[in-house]
Design a protein around this ligand. Structure first.
Ligand SMILES: [Cu+2]
Length: 317
């Protein structure tokens, strides 16, 4: 793996850093050049040394010089910026597509075989195309180590790609303020060796086999919550976040509000299904409407059963 250490976290690092250093260098040069000349003139032409101001009529050579040089510099900055941007927009045809979904307040990643995860796993030295989908409000996919960042606008498909040359773990952030728990909206991209990635990909499912049917289901239920990012708003330990905790969810009656009417409901499978498929039908008292979106086309009936099993285990003691 020695040769890998000389390679970059992504194929854009050189380009973006190059453009940055170029622009920063020029800015730094002029900051000093202008400041030094300015201070010199203040001292050299102060009133005691130069009591009478000189009237200057203009200088064509100077005008041309300070128009042409900055124009060239600015065009060079544009060229570096633009060529790097173009490289990021030209997704290679053989890139591996991964659907990247942002919602309040989590990312999830869906692979071609249907596998969904909350962490992005990618193989090294392979072009990866992230197809970006925002489900509710504006988000922005930002992977600083890869030098990629792209706004995610609901209803507007976008795309970024990268090819990582360095095994490791890199942070993913949401870079567009998207509400209450925006700052918690982060994830990780794990770059794996090709064979490790293949093995992980084939494994294909969050299901772990413990040999005990009931425990399997509970673990699966937990996996469902992770897969859909439910834990951005809910906890299992009784802490209130944006939504109620799952703790004792099945053993307590709860007060809900519908059209201004309050009433009590039993949290049975019907209620849980409705809470997930049609969250705004009735609202748990004390919580806000419109925050939880429907998961109707996402959470399957089987996953719902797994959730029930897991909720059961949280309501037993
Ligand atoms: Cu966000």
């Amino acid at each position: 793996m020695i040769e890998e250490t000389t390679k970059n976290a992504s194929n854009f690092v050189d380009q973006v850093d190059g453009a940055f250093v170029f622009i920063f260098g020029i800015s730094l040069f002029f900051l000093f050049a202008i400041t030094i000349v300015m201070v010199y003139y203040i001292i050299r032409y102060r009133k005691s040394r130069n009591p009478e101001a000189t009237h200057i009529e203009g200088n064509n050579t100077l005008e041309v010089v300070w128009t042409v040089i900055p124009t060239i510099l600015v065009l060079l900055m544009f060229y570096y910026g633009w060529s790097g941007w173009k490289m990021q927009k030209d997704v290679p045809d053989d890139a591996m597509p991964i659907k990247s979904i942002a919602r309040m307040w989590s990312f999830s990643f869906q692979y071609e075989n249907g596998l969904v995860t909350d962490t992005l796993f990618v193989p090294i030295d392979k072009a990866i195309s992230l197809d970006l989908i925002a489900q509710d409000v504006l988000h922005s996919m930002y992977i600083p180590a890869f030098r990629v960042k792209q706004d995610m606008v609901p209803g507007k498909d976008a795309n970024i790609w990268f090819e990582s040359g360095k095994i490791g773990e890199y942070e993913i952030f949401c870079a567009e303020y998207c509400g209450l728990r925006h700052s918690y909206m982060k994830s990780v991209v794990k770059v794996l060796p090709q064979d490790e990635f293949e093995a992980w990909y084939k494994l294909n499912s969050v299901a772990m086999d413990t040999g005990n049917e009931e425990v399997n289901k509970r673990l699966a239920g937990k996996g469902v919550l992770r897969k859909y990012g439910c834990n951005a708003c809910h906890t299992a330990d009784g802490t209130k976040l944006v939504g109620p905790s799952y703790r004792n969810i099945l053993s307590n009656k709860r007060t809900v509000v519908k059209d201004g009417q309050e009433y009590e409901v039993e949290a049975d499978i019907e209620y849980i299904r409705r809470s997930i498929y049609d969250p705004n039908y009735e609202i748990v008292k004390g919580y806000d409407k419109g925050l939880m979106l429907s998961y109707k086309d996402q959470v399957t009936e089987e996953e719902l059963q797994q959730l029930m099993e897991y909720f059961q285990s949280l309501s037993e003691n």
